[in-house]
Design a protein around this ligand. Structure first.
Ligand code: SF4
Length: 269
């Protein structure tokens, strides 16, 4: 039997609720229904996802970088990005050879989305599909992330998605400490420029590299902070593909984010 996707059910219920109540999004009864593991008809959302238009920024992700002179690396080997705009930063990153990951990559996966997004997702690094397409989260885990985003009542175009490292680690291994350290200035500048209200960290690697913390099992679902921005650590969608029972934990975490961003209507009784 095909696996029932938790987020498909949420999306289906959201669609139903929207028809019934134009202003109410997720009702308490709906959430309770999900947590009760009541059997429900799962409806694939692939049509919905594939019918979404690709915005210019997404189309441009794999386009060769314009010729912007790369800033020189400091003696410590860190790139100077403080004064760069998002477009300039992208152009520099697409030419980056700062760490050893550059040698095996096909493309640099800079990140994409709304440059004024209130919600930002950060993963660990590009996989094979992402490396081929030059876009973050486009493989199987990316499709699940798309469902999570829709279940949160956003579109992919409304949020911003990036990774700790912008080039694919070989064999999908975790980014090493020196690679993350070299690449992090790009991400930190992206965060500074996008200035989201909430960052969702997807998995143990972003938790470690951005916040310097270990223990995703314990820390997921607990609000943290990065430079005054609210941060919610949760599981990586790739982990959810292996452990679908954890989707409900992630939904709890995402509900907190939605509540903070005014996206959820939830009665207390
Ligand atoms: S992973 Fe980051 S630091 Fe390393 S080469 Fe790619 S863009 Fe440069």
């Amino acid at each position: 039997m095909a696996e029932k996707c938790f987020f498909d059910e949420i999306i289906e219920c959201l669609d139903t609720q929207k028809d019934k109540h134009k202003t109410i999004f997720v009702q308490h009864e709906t959430i309770r229904e999900f947590f009760a593991e009541k059997a429900a008809v799962s409806k694939p959302v692939q049509e919905k996802l594939s019918s979404q238009p690709i915005p210019e920024q997404r189309k441009m992700s794999a386009v060769p970088a314009p010729s912007i002179k790369p800033p020189t690396a400091s003696p410590a080997g860190k790139i100077a990005v403080e004064n760069l705009s998002l477009n300039e930063l992208r152009a520099v990153a697409l030419n980056c050879h700062l760490c050893k990951l550059h040698s095996k990559r096909n493309t640099v996966v800079f990140g994409e989305g709304n440059p004024q997004a209130e919600l930002m997702f950060i993963g660990e690094g590009p996989g094979m599909e992402e490396d081929m397409q030059g876009r973050p989260f486009v493989g199987a885990a990316g499709q699940l992330l798309d469902k999570m985003i829709i279940a949160m009542q956003y579109t992919r175009e409304e949020v911003y998605i990036a990774n700790i490292v912008k080039c694919r680690p070989p064999n999908n291994r975790n980014p090493e400490e020196d690679e993350a350290a070299q690449c992090l200035p790009y991400l930190k500048r992206q965060i500074e420029l996008v200035s989201p209200k909430v960052i969702v960290l997807l998995g143990a690697i972003p938790l470690l590299r951005l916040l310097g913390k270990t223990g995703i099992m314990k820390l997921r679902g607990q609000w943290d902070e990065y430079n005054g921005i609210k941060v919610m650590p949760t599981f990586h969608p790739a982990f959810l593909l292996r452990s679908p029972e954890a989707k409900k934990d992630v939904w709890r975490d995402l509900q907190q984010v939605m509540k903070f961003l005014g996206k959820v209507y939830k009665k207390d009784n």
